[in-house]
Design a binder for this molecule. Structure first.
Ligand SMILES: Nc1ncnc2c1ncn2[C@@H]1O[C@H](COP(=O)(O)OP(=O)(O)OP(=O)(O)O)[C@@H](O)[C@H]1O
Length: 327
């Protein structure tokens, strides 16, 4: 039995079926990643599981409580880090946290102890008396993350926790996610960053157009590609042309040709002797190869294989912290 059990959950917004009949379990103590492009339905799934929006159909239990019948019980067991969470700019970091801690029912003394402990954990203690309005995006996100932990929830949801953050804060947040998990918390995170899903998650659900297209450990997802006949080659060709790419795409055994830069392509192919096949073809067309190498599949390759398109096609950055929106 999972700590989260999802059964046929769907959400429709007028003509858009944002989440389409998804079912999955999350095991207690795991980091469960939801990987998919913008608009895939990740946030909507999280919003249903955290009782912020009602499903159109289907059911789910979180920590053994039904999201529709016992929403307040669910809320007691979970913490949510979302880009829509607000912090009050004219309150200090500590005042913000104290406000939310007291909303969560902590008395003044234990609230203060908890807030200081958490500020220390994300290296923000020295900023406790500074107004949040003066903070960088990364500093706000650190406060946002610990805000979700004030009531010591056993399950924590993070919706795109590193979106738009600088590399240093991204690293801190990722380390903190692992630390929360090591403390025994179950973590559910959404991301459109393959490497993030890969490095953090015990299991990953790949979601596209509202449907889960695969669910497994990162290792097994990549193995799935290795066990097929597909080879992945990265090739640097200084005098590459779009005509050449079209010609390559026309071969039956070439599944996908991706432009990595103006001089580099990645080919996913099932041709026999792929390196010989490609070098022959290129020399026939008087094209120089600067470098050719077979590459280990990444989750990006798995995504392309499963959905037929690149995740980057649709990934766009959105502004973080929509002001004035309560989640
Ligand atoms: N409140 C809403 N009203 C109407 N349509 C919505 C609403 N929320 C989401 N959608 C639509 O549902 C689909 C799924 O959106 P969702 O935000 O869940 O995707 P996502 O995978 O989290 O991507 P993103 O990272 O862009 O948030 C999208 O087509 C989106 O436009």
């Amino acid at each position: 039995m999972g700590i989260i059990e999802v059964n046929g959950l769907s959400k429709r917004f007028k003509e858009v079926l944002a989440v389409d009949n998804v079912s999955f379990d999350v095991k207690e103590g795991e980091i469960f990643g939801f990987l998919g492009p913008n608009g895939a339905g990740k946030s909507t799934t999280i919003r249903m599981l955290t009782t912020l929006t009602r499903p159109t159909s289907g059911t789910a239990k979180v920590a053994n409580h039904d999201i529709l019948k016992e929403p307040s019980e669910v809320r007691k067991k979970i913490g949510l880090v979302s880009e829509k969470t607000i912090l009050y700019d004219r309150l200090t970091a500590l005042e913000n946290l104290m406000f939310f801690a007291e909303l969560n029912g902590l008395d003044n003394k234990s609230a203060k102890k908890r807030c200081l402990e958490l500020l220390e954990k994300v290296d923000m203690l020295k900023w406790k008396d500074t107004m949040v309005g003066k903070f960088s995006t990364g500093m706000r996100q650190r406060i946002n993350v610990i805000r979700a932990l004030l009531h010591d929830p056993k399950i924590i949801f993070l919706d795109e926790p590193t979106l738009g953050l600088d590399p240093q804060t991204t690293r801190t947040i990722r380390e903190f996610i692992k630390q929360m998990n090591n403390e025994g918390r179950t973590v559910i995170l959404t991301t459109h960053i393959m490497t993030e899903a890969d490095m953090l998650s015990d299991r990953i659900a790949i979601i596209d157009h509202g449907k889960i297209v695969a669910l497994d450990t990162p290792k097994n997802l990549k193995r799935m590609l290795k066990e097929s006949d597909d080879e992945i080659l990265d090739i640097e060709i200084p005098n590459m042309t779009s005509n050449l790419i079209d010609k390559l795409k026309a071969f039956d055994c070439i599944k996908k040709v991706l432009n990595r830069s103006s001089e580099e392509i990645r080919i996913i192919m099932s041709c026999e002797n792929p390196v010989v096949f490609i070098t022959d073809f290129l020399s026939k067309h008087s094209l120089n190869i600067r470098e050719i190498k077979t590459v280990e599949p990444t989750l990006e390759d798995v995504f392309i294989k499963l959905t037929g398109h690149e995740m980057r096609d649709q990934a766009v950055k959105k502004p973080r912290f929509a002001k004035g929106m309560m989640h």
